[in-house]
Design a protein around this ligand. Sequence first.
Ligand SMILES: [Fe+2]
Ligand SMILES: [Fe+2]
Length: 170
Amino acid sequence: MLIKDIIHKLNEQLNLECYSANMYLQMSAWCSDNRFKGSAAFLKEHSKAEMQHMQRLFNYISDSCALPLLGHIAEPPVKFESLTDVFQQTYAHEQLISRNINALVHAAITVHDYPTFNFLQWYVVEQQEEEKIFKSVLDNFYLIGNNENSLFFIDNDLKKMAHACCKENG
Ligand SMILES: [Fe+2]
Ligand SMILES: [Fe+2]
């Protein structure tokens, strides 16, 4: 049985994963609108992955005889200055999610909730992986630059990454 505070925190994370899914989908729309097809495909795939993160939490809460609660989801940002701006925001967002997951792990261990502690290990590994991916995309902007040719290569690279994610996400 989960204690009330942990259920509350897990539900907060569930809603944050929903927000992440919406945020990436909205960013994908901006990319399509600005002719960055590869980036749009990559972010759309990532949005699907975030929905799976949400469903994993939903199932865990439900399987633990507690009630998953879908609440109000804040509107994601709509306008971006550039493609670099989009990916700067993705990296900052993933760092925020990692901090939240770590706080959740800390809360679980503090109240000796070992099943939740164990369940959250998947998210700890996933966040490490996601930070690595978004950091590597951002590094390309700094290494290759921001001119039209560079953006073409970065966008093309993201198209390949989207295909790889597509196979993983089904
Ligand atoms: Fe996530
Ligand atoms: Fe994420």
